[in-house]
Design a protein around this ligand. Sequence first.
Ligand code: NAD
Ligand code: UGA
Length: 459
Amino acid sequence: MIIKNICCIGAGYVGGPTMAVIAKNNPNIKVTIVDINAERIAAWNDSDLSKLPIYEPGLAEIVKDIRGENLFFSTDIDTAINESEMIFISVNTPTKTYGKGKGMAADLKYIELCARNIAKVAVTDKIVVEKSTLPVRTAEAIKSILHNTGNHINFDILSNPEFLAEGTAVEDLLNPDRVLIGGESEVAIESLAKVYGSWVPQEKILRTNLWSSELSKLTANAFLAQRVSSINAISELCEHTGANVNEVSKAIGMDSRIGSKFLKASIGFGGSCFQKDILNLVYIARNYNLNEVADYWEQVIIMNDHQKRRFSDRLIKTLYNTVSGKKIGMLGWAFKKDTNDTRESAAIYVTDHLLSEQATISVYDPKVPEVKIQADLNYLNTRSKNENKENVMSESSPYEAVKNAHAVVIMTEWDEFKNYNWKKIYDTMKKPAFIFDGRNILDKFKMKEIGFEYYSIGQ
Ligand code: NAD
Ligand code: UGA
């Protein structure tokens, strides 16, 4: 099947970059990204590229190059569906906040809405591609909706999970370790393989059955998150034994069976997917009565929550057991560097904990605006919006954020933090001046030489 028009439903962190790279590499395919969020679509269409809704290195350049040529952003979902031979579903699949499976299962209501919409408006055969991360066997439900409510046309369902990481999305998409396509129809699978084949070598395009593809995505995230929780567990032991977690990471990572990536001890993993996908995996395992399997994976989340909590506990204990009325300067709010995404960022939970101990927090993040910081805290519902506003300030200069602070906490590993004038920061802080480096990015000897009381993870 020759693909001339692609529609992608969902203009988010996955839909935007993924489709931009597909369009860039397939100038003969018209790619239209649609969304119900008109504000987001307007931002994607903004002539000022600094206003794109998503910050990703290299993305604005691609959008500038091909927007209006073969890449379009629109709110007219029905027209885009009808014009396309292939439709990607790339909407959010957050953890359910209500009903059965609350706090564990993936909420599939947006997926179902998409399927129903496609079924309602499509009048020619379509290949429907699951790009969102979904519980294993979701394709069955999508197929049932499409075939039972559609206009008696043929729908082929493919699973094509996305493995990009935020902050490196463009690079990951241009040079993927693999592209995974699961499906039943060889014609549909090869149509999608051809789209990727315009820049991805064939040997990296893996074909599987639908269920292996769906489950591989959850499994990949579970394994990655497990590595972070594993090294974070060791970081606590390091703090009690005099071992240094950076040295341990290096020593074990040089074993080619273990590998060096994803062994950075941290304040705990954040982001929109690791926690939600593992919770979903645990939920699925429990549904099949596989309690040992569920308990095994749940421990990754338990360890991650512990890591965030013990970081703020250690800070409070070190600041003479009280942070009440003390200013804490926070550097970084995003869940990792090079993104403006803050979903499940450790900064939110550490701030919440410190606010409960009556600290005031002053935040600087190069890409996260104040309104987002306040929205993240308000979403927790721990205290009133006014209290959050009164006790959490956002500064446009890092030096202002840490001025007169009792402690600086580093939450995100932004490169610029390493190059600040730390002597100048020290001079403006209350003494003793503490640093709690949740990312192990500063030079501990240099910080101690300046006069800081320096604490990091696992050292
Ligand atoms: P997102 O929240 O950034 O974007 C989803 C978009 O879908 C939103 O703009 C929303 O308005 C839109 N949407 C929801 N329902 C819709 C509907 N019925 N019609 C039209 N638009 C609709 O989410 P995201 O981070 O892009 O994640 C999307 C999926 O990809 C999730 O399943 C996620 O697990 C998966 N994923 C995410 C990443 C990542 O790094 N963020 C990586 C790999 C996979
Ligand atoms: C992760 C996966 O890496 C992607 O492959 C996947 O597609 C994506 O989830 C998804 O499904 O959403 P992402 O969450 O964007 O990508 O970013 P990561 O680089 O994986 O970082 C996740 C969290 O782990 C961050 O908070 C990061 O700081 C933390 N981390 C990562 C560590 O603490 N230590 C490490 O060694 C690596």
